[in-house]
Design a protein around this ligand. Sequence first.
Ligand code: AMP
Ligand code: GLY
Length: 420
Amino acid sequence: MKIMVVGSGGREHTLTWKIMQSPLVDEIYCAPGNAGISKLANCVDISAEDIKGLADFALDKKIDLTVVGPEAPLALGIVDEFARRGLKIFGPSKNAAQLEGSKIFAKELMKKYGIPTAEYKVFDNPKEAQDFVKEIGTPVVIKADGLAAGKGVIIAQTEKEAAAGIRRIMKDREFGSAGDRIVVEECLVGREVSILAFTDGETVVPMVSSQDHKRVYDNDEGPNTGGMGAFAPSPFYTPELAQIVERDVLQKTVEAMKKEGCPYKGVLYAGLMLTSKGVKVLEYNCRFGDPETQVVLPLLETDLVHIMEAIIEDRLDEIEIKWKNKKAVCVVMASGGYPMDYDKGFEIKGLEEVEKLEGVYIFHAGTAIKDGKIVTSGGRVLGVTALGDELKSAAEKAYTGVERIYFEGAHYRKDIGINQ
Ligand code: AMP
Ligand code: GLY
């Protein structure tokens, strides 16, 4: 088979790496990819959001299966466009991707079908939103309705912060039309768990649980980032909890989507908060998580291409999905200054040595090749994943790798997978 992976981050490097392990695969392409991916796949210079360009390429190269990493092309309808042209693609349709593309769509669906989530109200008027904040008090969460590259959620500790958040989204229009409407919701407290699940629109098979770390500094301090690391499975996600989530969240969501006329196929990601009043859905994503993928896929025993084909052909129930009885930790190394301004173009050293370590994998995110050298080209530069029998040993191994990689200004959290 010829496969194309769409995207250019650590998630896509991991997808490419896992897909390459399938005996079904002869050739793999990635659009646009990064320096790490280019060692495994033919990288093609087409943007992940250039849906027409990607479909033209897939037709021309006779790609047998396209796998989409990021949410933006899904929300733009890449799956519909490929299907229209008779091309096989893994992911939800544009309608189904609304589950991530519109927070209001997701909240209304959850309310209608009794899926547990935070109390909320929708506003298209900043004054009314602010009055509602006064009514329910703080802390409170303000969310732009549309896609905002992970930055559209503001947790406001005071009324003033809430007012500033509402202003940024609705008046300054920081996220453009994604902020035409907002959700104001109850602030939940608890531990977060990410549950990714495979689904063909009928059968739902959850993957191992995981947790990411969005804050830039140790002990979950500092501003939010795209993710500074992850571990899997989560020790807080008990088998009892898994049963509840499978029944009351995953299965219910997939059934609800079918009833709403937008059957959901692909990876369904439920971001959960384990609160004292039970588990609640914080958000849905319509794709693999980043950096969760960097810890989940290395634990997957089964051939991923096999699973994806079964999903596309509506026969996920025929597949047995197996996981390694191990733990995984991924530590992200970021550019100096990230998530604020940072410089790029610094040479990355030590990669080859770390690649030789048993059970340690480097997944590139923001890297490029310049004059034959691998250099930094983004905020999150790479992730080092390690497997172990315990989270502690996996974390120690990951940090052994991280400490041997060097680029100017590199920074990373020291507590990923430790003391969980
Ligand atoms: P995003 O991935 O951009 O939708 O951001 C979701 C993140 O915002 C979650 O991982 C939580 O950390 C936080 N969050 C979202 N909704 C709530 C809520 N109702 N209460 C507390 N934290 C929330
Ligand atoms: N790790 C959060 C996300 O993928 O959106």
